[in-house]
Design a protein around this ligand. Structure first.
Ligand code: NAI
Length: 351
């Protein structure tokens, strides 16, 4: 079979560090494994022209959310042999799931592989904004010493209200990591957790539009689906408390681009952080790059070296099973047998 991987370019970093498994040069550490099984492996970084050239002859496509090959309905139509699309990571919104389902293509991702990595990054970014870390750091680099300027926007997180939108694997891990900070945590998810889960996590349920105006910080952890696409529109952004912060490590499209710029430049929001953009890579003139008071990173939270090892192992497991004709890990399946089977996504596509 022909297996096509589209991964991010590794450059000098991949040469120096063979543990950078998510880079194209290192092919998830699977080159020997696949070639040993007599399979054809092609690895690309070009997710447009070269991808399109290879699609007609590809059986299995491996993609990654960090450098997403957009697997649109048109591309699926141009790939008659395609049977399996895998996401090296979590979040398969770059794939047209309905089109894959209608063609009987299986879609799977490595569920859980980087949830700790994202939860840690999220807590870091919440603190970065609330403590006003970046301006204070910048003063050091610039040779300045203006305590008042930095302190005038620096708060304790203790006692603040934090809202979690999407209390799944990552959202719950963020809640657990916030417990020692003595914050009040509200959450919204279309599936309410059990009373015991709420008690253990120390979080209280609120409907989204009740949660929004009550929070000092909101952090987004739902998948990108038709329901969450553009969820944080102008209305919701401006219904957030004045001076509140928003963190989004879920998907860029959940927050509307221009309304966010407006909320930030007007000073309605005090800060925005996260690592997800649309499209990716974000073009050099993406308006979020130049917004005031943001603390964004490139899409890196879910691809720490430990996360890369875990999602590479997961992809190996999927390929091993698929090539041997065995079923894939149930938890990994997003689309199977012509249906969207993942509980997170089927809410959006299954009705
Ligand atoms: P999960 O499936 O465990 O949790 C998602 C939660 O969102 C579920 O509880 C689900 O009920 C909820 N949800 C679904 N639709 C909703 C809606 N319309 N409104 C409110 N809640 C909704 O997924 P996990 O592992 O927690 O990941 C969440 C998302 O985070 C992924 O889908 C992905 O987009 C993003 N992610 C980002 C990474 C990064 O590197 N920045 C890495 C991993 C995931």
């Amino acid at each position: 079979m022909k297996i096509l991987m589209v991964l991010y370019p590794g450059g000098a970093a991949a040469k120096e560090n063979p543990e950078l498994l998510g880079a194209a040069e290192n092919a998830l550490g699977l080159r020997g494994f696949l070639e040993g099984k007599g399979q054809e492996l092609v690895v690309l970084t070009d997710k447009e022209r070269e991808l399109d050239q290879h699609l007609p002859t590809t059986d299995i496509l491996v993609t990654t959310p960090f450098w997403p090959a957009y697997v649109t309905a048109e591309r699926i139509a141009r790939a008659p042999k395609l049977k399996l699309v895998l996401t090296a990571g979590v979040g398969s919104d770059h794939i047209d799931l309905a089109a894959a389902a209608s063609r009987g293509i299986t879609v799977a991702e490595v569920t859980g592989s980087n949830v700790v990595s994202v939860a840690e990054h999220t807590v870091m970014q919440i603190l970065t904004l609330v403590r006003n870390y970046l301006p204070a750091y910048r003063q050091v680099i610039e040779g300045r010493w203006d305590i008042a300027e930095a302190a005038a926007h620096s708060h304790d997180l203790e006692g603040k209200v934090v809202g979690i939108v999407g209390a799944g694997r990552i959202g719950q891990r963020v809640a657990l990591r916030l417990r020692p900070f003595d914050v009040h945590v509200l959450y919204y998810d279309y599936r309410r957790l059990t009373t015991v889960e709420e008690e253990v996590l120390g979080i209280r349920y609120a409907l989204l539009d009740d949660l929004i105006p009550r929070c000092d910080v909101i952090t987004i952890h739902s998948p990108l689906t038709p329901e969450t696409d553009g969820l944080f529109d102008r209305g919701r952004l401006f219904r957030m408390k004045k001076g509140a912060c928003l963190v989004n490590t879920a998907r860029g499209r959940i927050v509307q681009t221009e309304p966010l710029v407006e909320a930030m430049t007007s000073g309605h929001l005090a800060g925005y952080a996260g690592d997800v953009w649309y499209p990716q890579p974000a073009p050099p003139d993406h308006p979020w790059r130049k917004m005031p008071n943001h603390a964004m990173t490139v899409h890196v939270s879910g691809t720490s070296l430990e996360a890369q090892r875990r999602y590479a192992d997961g992809i190996r497991d999927c390929l091993d099973r698929f090539l041997a004709g065995r079923p894939l890990e149930r938890d990994y399946l997003i689309v199977e047998g012509g249906k969207v089977t993942s509980p997170s996504y089927s809410y959006a596509f299954g009705r």
